[in-house]
Write a protein that binds this ligand. Structure first.
Ligand code: BEZ
Ligand code: FE
Length: 278
């Protein structure tokens, strides 16, 4: 038996695990300890830095609750959410890619008629969103549910302003028919900062990072027999497109936003969703 030393630290912790640990837990915890110790050795972590980290994580926990999840925001801003999503959602070429869910989805949005508007407050630049939901061979998918949500013209989701916005402002669910087509009216979304009045905001400021997300429309697309898509479409000429605070932008998700002359809306954003079979 060897006591713990700097040199044998990883093995010392690893060997404490019992013989009947669930295999995946053993793999994950062994690797976590290996990388944590390597990190501490790499930077020669100082006592006061470790205390600062403990205080940071304590504050991250204290500010979290039903209304706010600062740990997910931390994961988002460190690129971990996008990495976990990429690992879990490798898809064939041409299939619509995932991106980060974010904290502002509300389950149970009203199911609206094709072509309806989700913009209940009438503020913002109107935009027609349309396209088709298809499989990887281009065949239309009937009965696909498209759950959409965006921020308001002022850059706030309805749940951030419960006294100002209707709960379902800029939200709705659309269900495709036999042609797989969808169409709805919303606003051309605007960029906004992620909540930055907590520990994560302090971290971003200390690192010289801004908290902004480029303008985007959120989607969850589901259909029987297909993988769930959690994604956005992005406005390509947004000033933050190349420096999204949560690393959510992918080339394939940058959608056209074309000005419309003499139409029902000021903008038109076409986008097809290509589903991957289960
Ligand atoms: C969002 O797009 O709604 C979002 C994503 C990650 C963190 C904060 C907000
Ligand atoms: Fe968002």
């Amino acid at each position: 038996m060897e006591y713990f030393t700097e040199a044998n630290s990883v093995a010392a912790v690893d060997e404490r695990m019992g013989p009947h640990v669930e295999p995946r837990l053993r793999t994950v915890m062994s690797s976590l300890v290996k990388h944590l110790h390597a990190f501490a050795k790499d930077v020669e972590l100082r006592q006061e830095e470790w205390e600062l980290a403990v205080d940071f994580l304590t504050r991250t926990g204290k500010i979290s609750g039903d209304e706010r999840q600062e740990f997910i925001l931390l994961s988002d801003t460190l690129g971990l959410s996008m990495l976990v999503d990429a690992i879990g959602n490798r898809r064939p070429a041409g299939a619509t890619e995932n991106t980060v869910l974010g904290p502002f989805h509300v389950a149970g949005a009203p199911v609206r008629q094709m072509g309806d508007s989700i913009n209940l407050d009438g503020k913002g630049e109107s935009c027609l969103f349309n396209g088709r939901v298809v499989d990887i061979h281009g065949a239309p998918v009937e009965g696909a549910k498209i759950d959409v949500w965006s921020d308001s013209a002022e850059g706030y989701y309805s749940v951030q302003q419960p006294d100002i916005q209707d709960k379902w402002n800029n939200r709705g669910i659309f269900v495709t028919g036999a042609d797989g087509a969808y169409e709805f009216v919303g606003i051309k979304p605007v960029s906004y900062p992620i909540p930055d009045d907590g520990p994560v905001g302090q971290m971003l400021a200390a690192l010289g990072r801004h908290p902004n997300r480029p303008a985007h429309m959120h989607y969850i697309v589901t259909a029987p027999g297909f993988q769930k898509i959690v994604t956005h479409t992005f406005v390509g000429d947004d000033p933050w497109i190349a420096s999204d605070a949560v690393f959510g932008v992918k080339t394939s998700l940058v959608a056209p936003f074309d000005p419309v002359k003499d139409g029902r809306t000021q903008w038109h954003s076409p986008f097809d969703f290509v589903l991957t079979p289960l």
